[in-house]
Design a binder for this molecule. Structure first.
Ligand code: PGA
Length: 248
């Protein structure tokens, strides 16, 4: 499977910057070995999807509600994202788990809604620095995987992103050995729980991925792509990361 380079634009930019980014990616995407996904803020999902229509760049949301409609002021439902042209949705990002106290049970309910709407979920897991220092990182991530992934996730092509909380937006990353060890652990955990289909589940690494470290990270076993925050806002940097995927 082609590696996936996913951009999480978070709460950044305006319509002009979103359009400029989309146009730069649209122009470059056909020449790339990597598959590309961009996840703009909700307001920009529809215009970015329209700007990318017919291009190989996929568009996703950064969250969705667990219900399809109803009295949930300020929330967005999975079918709305689909209707706006999204094919993917990031769920359980550590910023949502922290800022909105999202539990893994809620992440699982949202992931079920995403699957039911025909979206490919990108479910994020990852330990805090204190958990890493205490040697609890595998236990924490194992529990998040167990509690966040619903039935049908693996067979529907759901994607998992390992994002150590302390590496997000900090410029710090785990060592290559630590990333490889966690991805091996996640692969085993998923295959144990869900069977051999999980051998081909895409496992992304996220947290301070940039052009200078992308090639080394993307070459690691069981790293099937990257979830990129800050560097995804600069087309040249995001494309440099996409060009760093290992050659088949
Ligand atoms: P970062 O963010 O690349 O800015 O560290 C990654 C993420 O939060 O997905």
């Amino acid at each position: 499977m082609r590696p996936l380079i996913a951009g999480n634009w978070k709460m950044n930019g305006d319509w002009r910057s979103a359009r400029d980014l989309a146009e730069a990616l649209r122009a470059a995407a056909p020449g790339l070995d990597a598959a590309l996904l961009v996840c703009p803020p909700f307001l920009h999902v529809q215009p970015v999807a329209a700007a990318l229509l017919g291009s190989p760049v996929a568009v996703g949301g950064q969250d969705c509600h667990a219900r399809n409609s109803g009295a949930h002021t300020g929330d967005i439902a999975a079918p709305m994202l689909r209707d706006a042209g999204a094919t993917h949705v990031i769920l359980g990002h550590s910023e949502r788990r922290a800022d909105h106290a999202e539990s893994s049970a809620q992440v699982r309910a949202k992931t079920e809604a995403a699957l039911a709407a025909g979206l490919t979920p990108v479910v994020c897991v990852g330990e805090t620095e204190a958990e890493r220092l205490a040697g609890e990182h595998e236990a924490v991530v194992g529990r998040q995987l167990e509690e966040s992934l619903p039935l049908g996730f693996i067979t529907s092509g759901g994607i998992v992103a390992y994002e150590p909380v302390w590496a997000i937006g900090t410029g710090r990353t785990p060592t290559e050995d630590d990333i490889a060890a966690m991805h091996r652990f996640m692969r085993h955990a998923l295959v144990n729980s869900w069977g051999p289909t999980a051998q081909i589940t895409r496992l992304l690494y996220g947290g301070s991925v940039k052009p200078s470290n992308a090639a080394a990270i993307l070459a690691l076993p069981d790293v099937d792509g990257a979830l990129v925050g800050g560097a995804s806002l600069v087309a040249a940097d995001f494309l440099a990361i996409a060009r760093a995927v290992p050659q088949e």
